[in-house]
Design a protein around this ligand. Structure first.
Ligand code: ADP
Ligand code: ZN
Length: 217
């Protein structure tokens, strides 16, 4: 069973790997960041609450985030595996997931962590462009789209995320170090943490992660 959580600092390449994993293993890609951005675009009550926090690089309150994931994970399409990208990000979120998962027969069994040194993350975030429609991610130098400004996968126009600026990034990295990195220990103790070096070619990381997932299918 592939009930996966994907972890790593902002800019580690989670989103890029997540899109490929979900496609190849036929499991839903559940990105809390994407869900919040969609809520913001649609101006839902959740989106209105989350917008300023996200733009500045902060974390959306646990209660809102946990409710969102509970609903999503309970949907039928998660019955045969799922890939959580960007959740959990705090210990209370991990605890909520540890309680919910077994209750609905969908306990996490793999935690994939992608790590990258801070100085590389700064560059990646500055050069990142994303597809607002399908979630694909590009780098203006290292991973250019075939056609400038256009998504290879779906043809939509690429954008720069509002929180991909130096100031917001600093806050995101601080939050990661303070609130999210303790989860590595948490999942190590639980016995299902798998670590990957994210400072390699996208394809290399993909191969390494795919072999882990193939062995656990
Ligand atoms: P990143 O590239 O930083 O990993 P994401 O797309 O995963 O970005 O998330 C973007 C933003 O959405 C975060 O900086 C945060 O404000 C909010 N967010 C996403 N997931 C969570 C979560 N699990 N808890 C709280 N806030 C979250
Ligand atoms: Zn796209």
């Amino acid at each position: 069973m592939l009930n996966i959580i994907l972890m790593g600092p902002p800019g580690a390449g989670k989103g890029t790997q997540a899109v490929d994993i979900a496609e190849h293993f036929h499991i839903p890609h559940i990105s809390t960041g994407d869900m919040f951005r969609e809520a913001i675009a649609n101006k839902t009550p959740l989106g209105l609450q989350a917008k300023a926090i996200i733009d500045q690089g902060g974390l959306v309150p646990d209660s809102l985030t946990i409710d969102l994931v509970k609903d999503r994970l309970s949907k039928d399409d998660c019955a045969n595996g799922y890939l959580l990208d960007g959740f959990p990000r705090t210990i209370p979120q991990a605890e909520a997931l540890a309680e919910l998962g077994p209750k609905i027969g969908r306990a996490v069994n793999l935690a994939v962590n992608i790590s990258v040194p801070d100085e590389i993350l700064v560059d990646r975030i500055a050069q990142r462009r994303v597809c607002p429609k399908c979630g694909a991610s590009y780098h203006l130098v290292n991973r250019k789209p075939a056609k400038d400004g256009i998504c290879d996968r779906c043809g939509s126009e690429l954008i720069q995320r509002k929180d991909d600026n130096a100031e917001s990034f600093k806050v995101r990295l601080e939050n990661y170090n303070k609130q999210t990195s303790p989860l590595l220990d948490y999942y190590k103790k639980a016995g299902f943490l798998h670590e990957f070096n994210g400072n390699q070619a996208v394809e290399t990381i993909r191969q390494e992660v795919f072999s882990l997932l193939e062995a656990n299918q």
